[in-house]
Design a protein around this ligand. Structure first.
Ligand code: 2HA
Ligand code: ZN
Length: 251
């Protein structure tokens, strides 16, 4: 993600739900280093263990010093407290976007119990698009679908969009989770994007595909368009790849 330029400085954050038995193979789950208040409630996540990036930490440094830049936490007391089991060795804590991450996990798990990843980053073309494209979710999604043949196959549920909101708050967490009920991608206008999926590859791939489409759009938006992918062709893709486009998004 850093190599793609999606995570400048301390931009971006990831949370990965760990399997308890798997985490127990590596960690003493009875040894709590310290307890950190979360500032929100998420009873559905009681006892769940997450690997999560740290606040103020740079993605580019994760590979050199994972134990300082990442942490493993277990949510307790209805999600109001997080027990640090590993990491954040300099006394740090989880990303400022922890509420958006945890609330999004709850929302996506309801749709797909296999969901394990929430990923946030600042991809340049998607961000650029939010300055010049209508933020209507259907219009935004249709534009992306038209930019690469595979888009509708990769994200048939489309891309939801939040208007600019103050980041790092419970309010944007609640709003993001609400948007996650109907799509695995949520754009934060003038800020970045959230993706959710079963594993890191799937989630990365979702964002990568949407960002590629946005890049194409930024290359062509100012030029007269003489070709496109038609809705009729989108229906052929649905049939060929066994996907169903979001209701009402195709004619
Ligand atoms: O600083 O990306 O949204 C990390 C962020 C905040
Ligand atoms: Zn951000």
């Amino acid at each position: 993600m850093y190599a793609h330029g999606w995570d400048e400085r301390n931009g971006g954050n990831i949370s990965l739900l760990l399997d308890e038995a798997e985490a127990g193979d590596y960690l003493d789950l009875n040894h709590v280093i310290r307890t950190i208040p979360t500032g929100f409630e998420a009873p559905e996540l009681n006892g769940k263990i997450f690997l999560v990036t740290g606040t103020g930490k740079y993605f580019k440094n994760v590979q050199y010093d994972p134990a300082n830049n990442l942490g493993i936490v277990r949510l307790i007391e209805n999600g109001t407290q997080a027990e640090l089991l590993w990491g954040f060795t300099d006394g740090g804590r989880f990303t400022s976007e922890f509420p958006a991450h945890m609330m999004s996990h709850v929302a996506r798990m309801r749709v797909n119990p296999e969901n394990r990843v929430v990923m946030h980053c600042h991809p340049a073309n998607l961000l650029a698009m939010t300055y010049v494209h209508d933020l209507d979710e259907r219009a935004f999604t249709r534009t992306l679908w038209q930019m690469c043949t595979e888009c509708i196959v990769v994200f048939p549920d489309g891309v939801n969009v939040l208007p600019w909101m103050l980041c790092g708050t419970n309010e944007i967490g609640v709003a993001t989770a609400k948007k996650m009920e109907t799509a695995r991608l949520v754009v934060w206008a003038q800020h970045g994007i959230y993706g959710a999926g079963r594993d890191l590859d799937e989630t990365f791939g979702l964002i990568e595909t949407a960002e590629k489409a946005a890049e194409i759009w930024m290359k062509i938006a100012h030029l007269p368009r003489i070709n496109t992918i038609t809705d009729e062709q989108m229906h052929l893709l649905e049939a060929r790849f066994g996907v169903k486009a979001r209701d009402g998004y195709l004619s």
